[in-house]
Design a protein around this ligand. Sequence first.
Ligand code: C2E
Ligand code: MG
Ligand code: MG
Ligand code: MG
Length: 274
Amino acid sequence: IHAAVVALLLCGSVLLLQRKLGPDSMLARELRSAIAKEQFELFFQPQVDGAGGLIGAEALLRWKHPRLGYVAPDNFIPIAERAGLMPELGGWVLRTAVETLSAWSLREDTKDLVLSVNVSPDQFFKEDFFENVTSALEASAIEPRRLQLELTETMFVADVDGLVKKMKALQDRGIGIALDDFGTGYSSLSYLRQLPLQQLKIDRSFVWAITTKRGALLVRSIAQMGHDLGLEILAEGIETDEQFQFMLDCGCSAFQGYHFGRPLALHAFEDRFV
Ligand code: C2E
Ligand code: MG
Ligand code: MG
Ligand code: MG
């Protein structure tokens, strides 16, 4: 009953938020002006190694709405995508992430952290994407390996050759690529065969299913397979020590989830985790 009430409340608050935000077209208009005014902020969620030590962070976008406060990405990124705004908004994310990396490179305790940035399909396939990423890194003299791009399977459409070429070009420069939400798409396995990747992020739905025998077997096999393919395996959505221990035992080498820390504004992240 408790879970049902929580689910209802969550559902209700999303609906309420959507009502407050208005219909898509209005929201798209508001987003356009928010982009012009840079009403966004990056939050940072820690990523840790098997000993619990900080190895990096994922940058997660928040809309700093003048009336509604921080709006989570699931409430506006799909609309920004449909309105064709993600190349521009994603550009802001990349530049801001690089600024953070640049500040981190000046401090002994942060200079080795890797920052992961989510990339939308539209943004990735834009002609100037490669140039934008590499020139931002060069301009601030950041080691490319400290930036990691997170792609999702929604990005993987017909032109696999074109995709592979773009991925290789980035990797030739030393930029890491992670496959996010692994296992939730339609064709995960065939992509694994073809795509150059550094990291596999096992989706939290698998991590949360380890209490069942099948769930536990499945996630163990996924981790094993990724490992055999030479990929770094990160387990997402770790909320309990039991999940952490289990995924550690499965051979995962990186971990992320509320158990280690929620996404926080930059200064709060640095105060708390660095
Ligand atoms: P994602 O890339 O898979 O990011 C992980 C999401 O799971 C984040 O939600 C994070 O707060 C949440 N999370 C992390 N650990 C836990 C946990 O232990 N339990 C639970 N219940 N949740 C956890 P968030 O920040 O709301 O972001 C949602 C999605 O929005 C992201 O999923 C990503 O797909 C997208 N997104 C966020 N920032 C950006 C961005 O800058 N660009 C693009 N294109 N997409 C973004
Ligand atoms: Mg991600
Ligand atoms: Mg994810
Ligand atoms: Mg996701």
